[in-house]
Design a protein around this ligand. Sequence first.
Ligand SMILES: C[S@@+](CC[C@H](N)C(=O)[O-])C[C@H]1O[C@@H](n2cnc3c(N)ncnc32)[C@H](O)[C@@H]1O
Length: 462
Amino acid sequence: MSIRVTSLFPLPQEKVTNTLEYYEKILDQAAPLRARHREEVHYAIRDLSKMLTGDRASLPKDYMGDPRTFNAYLRFFLPWNLYRLTRLFQGMDFDLPNDGVIIDLGAGPLTVAQALWIAKPNLREKRLTFINVDRSPKPMREGQKLFEALAPKSPWKMVNVKGGPSSKVREKANLLITANMVNEASSGMRTPLPLWANKFSQQISRMLAPKGKILIIEPGIRRSGRVLSLLRNEFIEKGLSILAPCPHHEECPMSGEQGKSWCHFNFDSTHAPEWLQKLAKKCRMEKDNVSMSFLYVGQADAPTPVPEENSMLIRTVSESFRIDDGGFGQYGCAAEGLILLLAKGEARSIFPGGLVGIPTPEKLEEDLKSGAKIVELPTRAIHKGANAKPSDPKSDHKSKSDRDSKPVERSGSRPDSRKSHSPKDASDSWTNSKKSNSPKDTSDSWTSSKKESYKKNKPPRK
Ligand SMILES: C[S@@+](CC[C@H](N)C(=O)[O-])C[C@H]1O[C@@H](n2cnc3c(N)ncnc32)[C@H](O)[C@@H]1O
C-alpha cells in the first residue's frame, strides 16, 4: 500500500536562499542605518520584541512611525517574516491573472510584496497591482524603497493607502493577504473577539473580486490560532471554502479555546540567512524553529481537498513525539476531529504541515488522555515526498495520474533534508528549540511544551 504526502513548507529553493542571504545588502542600500542606530540596533530589537510579545494593548498605534523601533523592525522582524512567508508562498499556486490585484492589509514595509517577488518567480512577468493598506504610511514608503532595490525592473505597481479594514478600496482583490496584522488589529479593543471576527470577515470579504481568495498569516501563538479559528467559522458561515490548512469544513478541533490546543506549524530556521541567525544570537533571541498559523480561503466554488473513497485526509500539525508504548505520535487534523497519528515499527512520522490520505480504519479508537482519534501510519511506501517539488495546498488532490506518480524514498516525506530521517533523530532535533523572545517564535507553541506532552501523551498546553 502507498500513501501520498504533500507539504506546506517546502525547502527554500537555492535562489530564494541566496536572495535572503543578500537581503542585508538591500537593507543597507535602501534603508541605511545611522551610526548611532547601528551600534544599538540589537537593543532596539529586544525592546521591540518585548513590546510585541507583551500586552499588545500597550503597543502604541504608530510604533512603526518611531525611527528606532522601525529600524529594529526592518533589520530583524521583516527578514524573519520574509523567511516565514517565502517558505509558505513557495508551496502555493496563487494563479493570479495578468493585471491582477493584490490587497495587502497591514502592509507595513511591504513584506508581502517582497516575499512574493522572492518566492514566486512565475509572477514576475505579470502586471500586478498591489494595494498596500496600513494605518501607518511611513513603513509603506520605506518598504517601497526596499522593493525597488530588490526588484528594480519589476512591472508590479505599488499603491499605498493609509487606512484599515474598513477603508473603501475601489479595486477588488484577486488575492487579499494580511500578514502579522490580525492579532494586532484585534487586540486592545472593547469588542469581544467573536464579534470582531464577524465584522472583520465581512469587511475583507467585501474587498474580493469574483473568485478572489484570502490568505491570513499570523505568528503561531495561541491567540492567533483562536482568532483564525473564529474567522474560519465566519467564512464557512458565509459559504466560502477553506482551502488550507484545514482538510475539511467540520468543526475546528484546534480552536485555541480553553482546554484545546491551537492550530500552528513549526518549521526549521536552519535555512534562514546566516547574517540573520547571527543577529538573533547577538540579540540573545536564537531560534531553531519558526512558527506560523494561517488560513487560506476561496469562494464557494473553489476546489478543496477531497478524500478518496474510504480514506481520510489528515493534516499533520504537531511535531512528532515519543509515546509511552514505543514508536512516535503526532497530532493531526481531519474531518473526524483531532487525530493522534501513530508511527510504529518501520513507519515514519510526517513533517508538520504534511497532508496525507490514509485508508479509514475500520474502527477509530480514541486516545483516552487527549480524546484524539488514533490512526496508525502505514509502514509501506509513501508516494511523492514533499521535498520532491514545492507543492500547492490546492494541488494536493490533483489528477489520478499525478496521484499514481512514481514512489520516492520515504525519507522524502520530510522536507528538511539537512536533518536526520529517522523518527527518533527527527523528534530529538525538533525538541532542541532554543528559548526565544521573538513574537514570531513564541514559546507558547508545540515546540516548547513538547517534552511534557511526550510523557503524558497529551496535546501540548491545554
Ligand atoms: C507586525 S506589522 C506587520 C507588517 C507586515 N505585514 C509584515 O508581515 O511584516 C503590523 C502592521 O499592521 C498595521 N496595523 C495594525 N492594525 C491595523 C489596523 N487596524 N488598520 C491598519 N493597519 C493596521 C500596523 O501599522 C503594522 O504596520
